[in-house]
Write a protein that binds this ligand. Structure first.
Ligand SMILES: *Cc1c(COP(=O)(O)O)cnc(C)c1O
Length: 394
């Protein structure tokens, strides 16, 4: 049997998969089983910020595998403590809980916010405000936070008490607030929903609303965090602090790890027994977290993201100008979306045929999440191939 058919037989078909089977990766390129080379401009949905098989990263993980892999969360390990300190320092918050994915990070943040509310009110009847076109994960809690009925329809009953505001519309949020509102959760740049950045006034306005009503502000930086937008946390560009931030994708750069990180005021609501995870933040994944922070710093990758994203943006300006089919581009740093007049799917498929991997966001956006290690030659290669695809679709 063909490899692809074997996959189709063995997997639950929750995904529509390409028939390209990827076998190995090196730097910003991946290779399929036929030896075809692809420029990876989506980095496993914003995960592989260091590209593939980054030598220093592998070295550090390998060393940890030979030292200690897993012990459960009833024990600290030196590497888990160092990873926790690195997260706390980078976020400028106070305490972290490690989990295994983005969905678990938002789910855990939700539980922490509810516990904070419960201690204050004595009732477990809180409400949460989320946003239309948001994405927070696929568990029955996080999918309810996800403001997209398409992901929810078949899976009810989901958790109760979630309402949806409109991004960049403070009035829509104010109208939803009442004395049961425990938290507001928002992505500073919506990823899956179409690469939609929050306005500065909006995010600062949410902070003010939360302060005025003792509401927990949860920022979901699972996709936009960890340096992707040009600062280690995107909220530093908005001059606000969240009460809780959720991290995952770029936190482990390829090993499954997520985290929610809170300030003291909120963090202290959780007591032993309130939450847990068997695997969460084991020594192996924590060696990855630690390695990621070290490499980002040693290699000055944030400054590189700032500089190379300016180059990418300049080239995207040219694409918007040249092709009527392309309406605009938007985003922050190396989280960019090309807004298409029409469906983005034929462009993503066309690019795959040309040897470039990107992904859609919503119906009409081509989403680019390249590894931080791209250089100008990679951007040029991408833009050339993108222009070829757009010409052929004209
Ligand atoms: C991907 C994503 C999630 C979910 O992460 P998983 O690891 O797939 O569970 C949550 N929030 C945002 C903003 C994401 O982009």
């Amino acid at each position: 049997m063909e490899l692809y058919e074997r996959g189709e037989n063995a997997y639950i078909k929750a995904y529509g998969r390409y028939d390209t089977i990827l076998e190995k990766g090196e730097g910003v390129y991946v290779y399929d089983t036929k030896g075809q080379k692809y420029l990876d401009f989506y980095a496993g949905i914003g995960v592989n910020s260091l590209g593939h098989c980054y030598p220093k990263y592998i070295e550090k993980l390998e060393k940890q595998l030979h030292t200690l892999n897993h012990v459960s969360n009833y024990f600290y390990t030196p590497v888990s403590i160092e990873a926790a300190e690195a997260v706390v320092k980078a976020t400028k918050l106070d305490a972290v809980f490690f989990c295994n994915s983005g969905a678990e990070a938002t789910e855990g943040a939700l539980k922490l916010a509810r516990k904070y509310y419960y201690l204050k009110h004595g009732n477990a009847d809180s409400e949460i405000i989320s946003f239309n076109h948001s994405f927070h994960g696929r568990t029955t809690g996080s999918v309810k936070l996800t403001g997209n009925p398409h992901y929810q329809e078949a899976f009810g009953p989901l958790i109760e008490g979630v309402k949806y505001g409109t991004l960049n519309d403070l009035n829509s949020v104010e109208a939803l607030i009442n004395d049961k509102t425990a938290a507001i959760i928002v992505e500073p740049v919506q990823g899956e929903g179409g690469v939609n950045p929050c306005n500065k006034e909006f995010l600062q306005g949410l902070r003010k609303l939360c302060d005025a009503n003792d509401i927990v502000l949860i920022l979901d930086e699972v996709q936009c965090g960890m340096g992707r937008t040009g600062t280690i946390m995107t909220y530093f560009q908005y001059d606000i602090m969240p009460d809780i931030v959720c991290l995952a994708k770029g936190l482990g750069c390829g090993v499954p790890v997520g985290a929610f990180v809170a300030n003291k005021k909120v963090a202290k609501a959780m007591e032993p027994g309130d939450h847990g995870s068997t695997y969460g933040g084991n020594p192996f994944v924590c060696s990855a977290v630690k390695a990621v922070f070290e490499i980002i710093e040693e290699e000055n990758l944030i400054a590189h993201v700032q500089q190379i994203s300016q180059y990418l943006i300049k080239q995207l300006d040219g694409v918007v100008e040249e092709f009527d089919m392309v309406d605009s581009h938007r985003g922050l740093g190396l989280m960019q979306g090309l807004v298409i007049n029409g469906s983005a799917k034929p462009i993503v498929k066309g690019l795959l045929d040309e040897g470039v991997i990107v992904v859609t966001a919503g119906e009409n956006v081509v989403r680019m999440l390249p590894p931080f290690i791209i250089n100008e030659a990679h951007v040029d290669e991408y833009i050339d191939k993108l222009k070829n695809v757009l010409k052929n679709l004209k």
